[in-house]
Design a protein around this ligand. Structure first.
Ligand SMILES: [Zn+2]
Ligand SMILES: [Zn+2]
Length: 393
């Protein structure tokens, strides 16, 4: 079977679908139209599916080829996310967002269209493979919530391996990055409250002022992390919120700080979390304050399984050629694919969606973000090849 030709034959369908999703972006957990369109397309292809997490859809395709002796039947999952962002699109086109204040500014419209196209093709190839392919259309990736919900509802219980694709504007179309190890960071919430005793600004000795502690924490917590974590193991700790006080001459009773902690592995994540909590507690003591300090776990780090990443890299080489497999540094953003990868060996592949002219490229989530639609064919083919390669391995 010539998969490249099969994808090329679906090009119009693929682009039309992507533009339809692009024109009708929906916020996380509100992907009702998108979900409906997905179900309509799956129904038209005669595919079985189940609904998950409200707007999520998981289709199943089982091959009908005889299983050769010694081969074991397995189940492989392909994942696409489907939500858009609260961004107002600034680019004019005949498929510009029609939903005020919402835009597919991350490429999830492309992911959904690619996976539906892959579904169509895989369905026509049933006689060519054995085993089962699950196609996961997942809501609420941008809130890093959808995957966890699908996992909780058992969507990947029977899955042996999983591939997620992200179209990537930083990579030129025609290039693919898929490599073992860390790809995206964890995203945890840091919450600190220093609690003292307020009073008059002229009489600080009669108060327990939380502001010096908050200031010290903002500065010195960076030093604590840099002294305790291996410098070759990146950690980002950013305080995005400090709230305290109401007037220039009043000492407040409380200072509230919030931040984000990002790490690439669980050991560092635990070490950095404990260091932040410990430092906040010790600092409070030294200033006679009470304290509530907590690092609340958010998304885990996304780390590619070495074996699955190797297999996906060889599938990717069949799509774009070995020379077009590129290295890409891991990103400090988070991706909720991590929740599947905690349950199932799998990987995240970045499929180049950038233009050759760098002036046309904008970062993900930018109001002028766009993808080179030629990347959609590449992503679709990678979904197909990986699924078939895995089932046949
Ligand atoms: Zn995004
Ligand atoms: Zn995204």
């Amino acid at each position: 079977m010539n998969l490249k030709d099969s994808v090329t034959r679906q090009k119009d369908y693929l682009i039309k679908l992507r533009r339809d999703f692009h024109r009708h972006p929906e916020a996380s957990w509100q992907e009702t139209r998108t979900s409906k369109r997905i179900k309509t397309e799956l129904n038209a292809a005669g595919l079985d599916f189940k609904e998950y997490a409200g707007t999520g859809v998981v289709a199943t395709i089982t091959g009908s080829k005889n299983v050769p002796d010694g081969k074991k039947l397995s189940t492989v999952a392909l994942r696409a996310d489907m939500d858009a962002l609260a961004v107002t699109e600034l680019r004019e086109s005949d498929f510009k967002s029609e939903n005020e204040g919402l835009m597919h500014a991350c490429g999830h419209d492309g992911h959904t269209a690619m996976l539906l196209t892959a579904a169509r093709i895989l369905n026509s190839l049933r006689a060519e493979f054995y085993g089962t392919i699950k196609l996961i259309f997942q809501p609420a990736e941008e809130m890093v919530e959808g995957a966890a919900q699908l996992v909780a509802e058992g969507a990947v219980e029977d899955v042996d391996a999983l591939l997620g694709i992200h179209l990537w504007s930083d990579l030129e179309t025609g290039q693919i990055n898929v490599e073992p190890g860390p790809r995206m960071a964890s995203g945890d919430y840091v919450l600190v409250d220093f609690i003292g005793k307020g009073g008059h600004g002229s009489q600080p000795h009669q108060t327990i002022d939380p502001i010096p502690a908050a200031a010290a924490f903002a500065l010195e917590s960076q030093a604590v992390i840099s002294r305790e974590i291996d410098p070759l193991d990146p950690v980002v700790f950013t305080l995005g919120e400090i709230k305290s006080g109401s007037r220039f001459n009043i000492i407040p009773s409380r200072a509230h700080l919030e931040g984000t902690l990002r790490c690439f592995n669980e050991i560092t994540r635990t070490a950095a979390s404990r260091a932040i909590e410990r430092y906040a507690n010790q600092l409070a003591k030294s200033f006679r304050l009470d304290v509530k300090a907590e690092v609340k776990q958010g998304t885990p780090p996304t780390s590619n399984d070495p074996e699955i990443a190797d297999l996906a890299a060889s599938s990717a080489a069949d799509v774009v050629g070995q020379v077009n497999l590129t290295k890409l540094a891991a990103r400090t953003g988070s991706e909720d694919l991590a929740y599947y990868l905690k349950e199932v060996p799998g990987c995240l592949a970045f499929v180049g969606a950038g233009f050759a002219d760098p002036k046309q490229n904008y970062p993900h989530h930018h109001p002028l973000f766009q993808i080179n639609e030629a990347s959609l064919l590449i992503g679709t083919e990678l979904y197909l090849r990986f699924a078939l390669d895995y089932l046949d391995k």
